[in-house]
Structures are given as structure tokens and as C-alpha cells.
Write a new protein. Structure first.
Ligand SMILES: Cc1cc2nc3c(=O)[nH]c(=O)nc-3n(C[C@H](O)[C@H](O)[C@H](O)COP(=O)(O)OP(=O)(O)OC[C@H]3O[C@@H](n4cnc5c(N)ncnc54)[C@H](O)[C@@H]3O)c2cc1C
Length: 413
């Protein structure tokens, strides 16, 4: 079927409905458009706004040429970690740490999709997604918005119950979860929350070859916090104050730390702020949604975020590629991207952070001190071997790792 058809219920009907056209929705759309057997399927893409802005930058590490290599805005082959007077630089080879600007990604996928006659767009706030007949998933599912609705054989939703770039909605969501996350039986829930600025200095101040991945010499907020600094050239960098904690901060608190950091690091040097980004990324293994076929969750809603780090972009790519392969082969849809083994390590690290058994600065300092950056990147990408995992985990004292590991195992039993 290449065009939407009107069913006997008078609803337009599509092969696929993509509910939410952000990182995951547009990645899925990209892989569908690239698929020889699925490219002509009828697809409805719904988002509350297609007027996209540069609301986020995606960074990730990769060995190979990226699917979106043409969009890579900058890359680094050395990272640095700073904690407690220790400054460590690590070459990332064979990986590169890459940055894609959100707006380039949105524009690239949307401009290709908009010229296809089988791809339809609906700008609306979705109010409901439901299965038509629970006993027969082949009947499809329905998406509703104010003043309209449509049916799809498959629905792929990335509609979170909060907005990752609006801290107030994240704070409200935390409140709604309060009783369940304070219970010891539940998996922990932290936010990776941050405010970043692209700063432009008048004189050269940055080493553009080195991505400062974590500088823990900042207020820790009683949790784990670091400055993340990605130089784009010698005068310009994204500088982001990032915190892993149960509650987000007031905007003024991130600004205060950023002001102080920039003043201390580059004293007397003038700079202007050319762009800002804000985010609250959930770090948890608590399911953010429960759905039934043929409604599938993708992206942050679909557990693509790595719970111990907040990184998601590469996992979203893997998730969407897998979905397209399954659709091509007519297989049941399986959206899980994190292996059970790596989910276990994520749960242990998250448990240690959540219960303050060891501060994040110490954990990451030890991991990067005892391992090559490439091994850490493999571990964080869920592609490490068991031997590499053991070496990484041995970077932590047994007295910290073991009780957390046992707790996670008992929680799962
Ligand atoms: C500022 C920021 C920076 C990040 N940086 C990185 C990074 O460097 N590396 C990394 O790996 N990950 C990063 N992440 C995490 C993750 O990769 C991104 O959040 C990614 O965008 C998640 O994709 P998604 O599709 O799940 O959510 P989104 O990209 O947020 O997409 C959800 C879409 O749904 C739409 N929507 C929501 N509700 C409705 C509704 N009711 N009706 C209609 N439409 C709706 C929204 O408008 C949005 O377009 C970052 C996140 C943020 C917020």
C-alpha cells in the first residue's frame, strides 16, 4: 500500500504511524525510507511541531563511518577526565567522539521525507493511542488528536510523559514517581540534567583537539556533577554543567556554576553566549510506558537510553535499524536494545550512584584511570566482552560493587 486508504470506519489508514518526530521518530523514518522493500509503504508522521529548532546536540562515539556522517559537525580523537587534581588525557582510537547538531538531523530527514508522496505529516498534539481489537493485533491501532484520528497497522510512539528539554515537566514527573522510587524494591531513578552554553571567546582559549568529557572540579550538588566541554574551534565551545541526581535544579543554579567556571578557567577573557541547551534525561530501568502490539515504543520512551550514562543516540539508531529489519522480514517487533548483561552493569552503577555508595567523580576517575578509553567506550556501547567488563568492574572496590550487584540480583529474582 503506498497511499493512505480510507477504511470502512472512515478513518485514514496507514501501514505505519510514527507518533513523535524527534530523535527516534525521525531515525525510524530515515531507515524506512532507506529500505528497498518498505520505502513505498504509507507512513503518517505526527508531531506537535515540525518547526524544529536546534534544541539539542547529539554526541556519540563510533569506530566506523556514521549513518549520518555527512551531518557530523565536529569530531574529537582525544578526551580528558579531570577529578581531584588528576588530569588524564586519553586517545579514543579506534573510536571518534562525534557531534551532530539536532537541527541538521531534523532538516536532513524531514527534507527527504517531504518530497515523498507516500509519507504524510500531521502537526497536532496526540491525545491518545489505542489498540482497535486486543484479541486481533492485525486490526491495527488508532492515534487520536484534537479534531482528528488515523489508523495504522503499526504505531511507533516516542511520546514521553515529560519534555526532556523542559526541566519543569521533568520535575513534575519526578513528583509523580516519588512513592515508587523511594521504595527499595524499585529500580532507582535519576535525572541527568544540564544546561549548556555555546560560548564564543574573543581570543583563542581552547584546545580544539580535546573533548573535556568530564571535569568534576565543580559543585557536586550532593550527588555527581561535572563540566562537559566540547571545543568547536580555539575560540568556541559547548560548555555544559551536568548533574546526575534525583531532582533537577533551578535554571539560575546551572548559570551560577557556568559563570563561575568560565570566570575561573578563563579569567579576564571576554566571551559571548551564542546558543544554549537544557536537558533532563531519565537514567533508570523503570519502564516509562507499557504498550501492547501493534503499538511499540521507541527512543527514550522505548528504553533506548543507557541507564548509567544517559547516552541514547547510538542505541536509538540500533533500535530503529532492528525494527526496520524485523518489518522487512515480517518478524515480530522486538525493541529491546540493551543486552541483559549490560543492563545488569547499568543497574549496579545506577544503584551505587543513587544510594551514594561512591561518588560519580570517584567511579569515573577509577574507570578511566584503569582502562583505555576505547575499552570504556566499548563497555558504554554494550559491545565489550565479558573479560573487558570484568576489568572495568574491577576498577571499583569489591566492597562497593559486590553489595550493589547482590542487591540488583535480588531485585530481579
Ligand atoms: C538537550 C539534550 C541533549 C542530548 N544530548 C545527547 C547526546 O549528546 N548524546 C546522546 O546519546 N543522547 C543525548 N540526548 C538524549 C537523547 O538522545 C535525546 O533526548 C533524543 O532526542 C531522544 O529521542 P526521542 O525521539 O526519544 O525523544 P525526542 O527527540 O524528544 O522526540 C519526541 C518527539 O515527540 C513529540 N511529542 C511529544 N509529545 C507529543 C504529543 N503529545 N503529540 C505530538 N508530538 C509529541 C516532541 O515534539 C518530539 O518531537 C540528549 C537529550 C537532550 C534533551
Amino acid at each position: 500500500m503506498s497511499n493512505a486508504i480510507i477504511s470502512n470506519t472512515n478513518l485514514a489508514s496507514y501501514d505505519y504511524i510514527i507518533a513523535g518526530a524527534g530523535g527516534a521518530g525521525l531515525s525510524l523514518l530515515h531507515y524506512l525510507m532507506e529500505s528497498p522493500s518498505l520505502a513505498s509503504k504509507s507512513i503518517l508522521v505526527i508531531d506537535k511541531s515540525f518547526q524544529k529548532t536546534n534544541d539539542r546536540t547529539w554526541c556519540f562515539w563510533e569506530k566506523n563511518i556514521s549513518t549520518f556522517e555527512n551531518l557530523v559537525h565536529h569530531r574529537w580523537n582525544t578526551i580528558s577526565i579531570h577529578a581531584d587534581g588528576s588530569d588524564k588525557q586519553l586517545p579514543t582510537a579506534p573510536f571518534s567522539y562525534k557531534m551532530i547538531q539536532g537541527i541538521d538531523f531534523y532538516n536532513s530527514v524531514l527534507s527527504k521525507a517531504k518530497i515523498k508522496t507516500n509519507i504524510h505529516f500531521q502537526e497536532a498534539t496526540i491525545t491518545g493511542i489505542s489498540v482497535l481489537d486486543a484479541s486481533n493485533i492485525s486490526k491495527g491501532a488508532k492515534v487520536e488528536w484534537e479534531g482528528g484520528s488515523a489508523m495504522g497497522d503499526y504505531i511507533f510512539s516516542s511520546l514521553l510523559p515529560f519534555q526532556m528539554n523542559q526541566l519543569a515537566t521533568a520535575a513534575a514527573y519526578s513528583k509523580s514517581l516519588q512513592s515508587s522510587i523511594s521504595s527499595n524494591k524499585q529500580a532507582p531513578f535519576l535525572w541527568q540534567h544540564f544546561k549548556g552554553r555555546v560560548v564564543q571567546f574573543e581570543a583563542p582559549v581552547f584546545n580544539k583537539a580535546i573533548a573535556k568529557l568530564m571535569d568534576f572540579n565543580v559543585p557536586q550538588q550532593g550527588a555527581t556533577a561535572f563540566m562537559y566541554q566540547l571545543p568547536l574551534n580555539e575560540k568556541e565551545a559547548l560548555v555544559e554543567y551536568t548533574v546526575f541526581s534525583a531532582n533537577v535544579l533551578e535554571i539560575s543554579e546551572y548559570d551560577k556554576v557556568l559563570d563561575t567556571y568560565l570566570a575561573n578557567e578563563y579569567s579576564g577573557m571576554k566571551y559571548s553566549i551564542t546558543h544554549e541547551e537544557i536537558g533532563a534525561i531519565p537514567m533508570t530501568q523503570i519502564a516509562l510506558a507499557s504498550t501492547v502490539a501493534p503499538i511499540y515504543t521507541i527512543g527514550a520512551l522505548g528504553a533506548a537510553i543507557k541507564a548509567s550514562t544517559g547516552y541514547a543516540f547510538q542505541f536509538i539508531q540500533e533500535q530503529c535499524k532492528n525494527i526496520v529489519t524485523q518489518l522487512e522480514k515480517g518478524l515480530p517487533i522486538q525493541t529491546k536494545v540493551h543486552t541483559t548483561r549490560h543492563q545488569f552493569y547499568d543497574a549496579v552503577l545506577l544503584d551505587i550512584l543513587f544510594h551514594h555508595k561512591m561518588e560519580g567523580a570517584e567511579i569515573f576517575k577509577r574507570i578511566f584511570a584503569n582502562n583505555e578509553a576505547a575499552t570504556v567506550f566499548k563497555f558504554l556501547s554494550n559491545t565489550s566482552t565479558i573479560m573487558e567488563d570484568i576489568k572495568i568492574m574491577r576498577s571499583l572496590p569489591t566492597s562497593i560493587f559486590l553489595p550493589a550487584a547482590i542487591k540488583v540480583l535480588l531485585r530481579r529474582a
